[in-house]
Design a protein around this ligand. Sequence first.
Ligand code: NAP
Length: 262
Amino acid sequence: MFTSVAGRSVVVTGGSRGIGKGIARVFARAGANVLITGRDEDAAQAAVEELEALGQGTVAYLLGDVSTASACARMAQQAQQLHGGVDVLCANAGIFPDVRLTAMTEADMDRVYATNVKGTMLAVQACVPALARSGHGRIVLTSSITGPVTGYPGWAHYGASKAAQLGFMRTAAIELAPMGITVNAVLPGNVATEGLAELGEDYRMAMESSVPLGRLGEVEEIGYAALFFATDEAGYITGQALVVDGGQVLPESLAALQAAQV
Ligand code: NAP
């Protein structure tokens, strides 16, 4: 059970670091052939070396900015050339610059929307023909709890973009269903990435204390949710959002979280 992705072609946008690399690792371990993307060559190359060392599946990278249609078209072509098509697209690339609403410029909003919303739509659009040919096409978006479920100061534009991904998903799921393609989303809570590590131990401890399970998520734990959506067994699930957050969104107040401490 859940072994159907072995040998399939998987594209992970933003797979060179963080959650995307965790997703790529989980698919590579499941025997998939993975193409990751990003803009920075050193990071992408290092990720491929790390993932290839697992000795399962094949892993390649392509540089490109998801906010441009031409880069997304190249990505789909490269997956076709290297791995014979696209069976799974994980539209994961995203940015989260921190700026308060009172200081936010149009350029700040445009930048976040270009990658997180337009980039998601362009990556999906570019891969749809190959996903349709696959006969079991799967699209998994990396959204967030921030926006669809919660808010966080500094991330008004980011939260709006992550909620926008879910709006996109629901219509895309209907439009692509006749092609046998499913579209679902994973909504991570606070996940331990390289970027978070740079914020220091105090920040990490503060974040952990707001999670009922008492720890941050691991990047692979987002990957496992993406992997599930990509399996044949999940073929009847489409247009759905799955929160993976250690229970972070559940307590109605700090008091509720503290009351659970024994
Ligand atoms: P990250 O560590 O900063 O990695 C982001 C990845 O996306 C990198 O590979 C980056 O590579 C790539 N990327 C960024 N902009 C791109 C663009 N325009 N075109 C192509 N690639 C681009 O971020 P992360 O924390 O793993 O976040 C990944 C996704 O998870 C995002 O969608 C984010 O919203 C979501 N998320 C993260 C968390 C968390 O706790 N970390 C929580 C909820 C949701 P380059 O910079 O080289 O392009």
